[in-house]
Write a protein that binds this ligand. Structure first.
Ligand code: NAD
Length: 261
């Protein structure tokens, strides 16, 4: 257990990658604040199970990260609940796919607010106490789409490039404060976010999800397999370790070779 007595906030951790990161941090002994949407009873059970399995404290705050004040308040709530916030994982994200000329302005606003602006608001709220304590880890879940583009994802690609930029700025500002700031850039990970895209593609093409999974992987990744959410959890744990204490400002790809091309 390498993270005993550390406290973490993982945004968007009721599902997918965020849940896997929360589990991985809890397994290492960190207390964890869960955030995101979902069925209240299922989330309560998830918190109970995590706490029991790993012997840590787990709590839930359903703050809507499209609201700047709620994002900052989520940080303060976590600090009050656990006494500190040592590990901030900005993971919450949404997707929408359409050509630019058909992309609804409201979808652009929502994606920029949740995928990008919330990263600024939580970092801004969390940094002062991390600096004061001389230790912190900020991990922003960006994407291969933070480094390269694809058509029909204008808001997502713009937001994720923004996340990589904000990560670099924070890393430079905090370089001598014991706080590292990095961006994880996954390729395809089979989560509800990608399952929805696969279902849409299968519907539009008159095929099935399995066929579209193969095509989707082959279009982007030299390696034709999904990254598991657990692998991203393991990467987050490594970034919290002493061995990773000079890794900062880095966009770290875990993408089956997607951006190597
Ligand atoms: P997911 O849909 O399984 O999970 C998204 C989480 O964010 C959920 O917990 C959801 O409740 C939460 N969320 C959504 N809107 C929110 C809001 N307004 N306020 C608070 N929480 C909110 O998706 P995922 O695939 O696990 O994605 C997690 C992150 O990983 C996202 O930032 C996504 O862009 C990124 N990512 C995913 C992939 C992939 O292939 N799945 C690849 C690269 C990057």
């Amino acid at each position: 257990m390498t993270l005993t007595r550390r406290s973490a906030l993982v945004t968007g951790s009721t599902s997918g990658i965020g849940l896997a990161i929360a589990r991985a941090l809890a397994r290492e002994g960190a207390n964890v604040m869960i955030n995101g949407f979902g069925d209240a009873e299922e989330i309560a059970a998830l918190c109970r199970d995590l706490a029991a399995e790993f012997g840590v404290e787990v709590d839930y705050d359903g703050a809507d990260l499209s609201d700047p004040a709620a994002a900052a308040a989520l940080v303060r709530t976590t600090q009050a609940r656990f006494g500190s916030l040592d590990i901030l994982v900005n993971n919450a994200g949404i997707q929408f796919v359409a050509p630019i000329e058909e992309f609804p302005a409201a979808r652009w606003d929502a994606i920029i607010a949740i995928n990008l602006s919330s990263v600024f608001h939580t970092m801004s709220a969390a940094i002062p106490s991390m600096k004061a304590r001389g230790w912190g880890r900020i991990i922003n879940v960006a994407s291969a789409h933070g480094l390269v583009a694809s058509p029909f994802k204008v808001a997502y690609v713009a937001a994720k490039h923004g996340v990589v930029g904000a990560t670099k700025v924070a890393a430079i500002e905090l370089a001598n404060d014991g706080v590292t700031v990095n961006a994880i850039c996954p390729g395809w990970v089979l989560t509800p976010l990608v399952e929805r895209q696969l279902q849409d593609r299968a519907r539009d093409a008159g095929t099935d999800v399995l066929t579209e999974s193969g095509l989707m992987l082959a279009e982007k990744q030299p390696m034709h397999r999904f990254t598991s959410p657990e692998s991203i959890g393991a990467m987050a744990v490594f970034l919290c370790s002493e061995a990773a204490s000079t890794i900062t400002g880095a966009p770290l790809s875990i993408d089956g070779g997607w951006v190597a091309q």
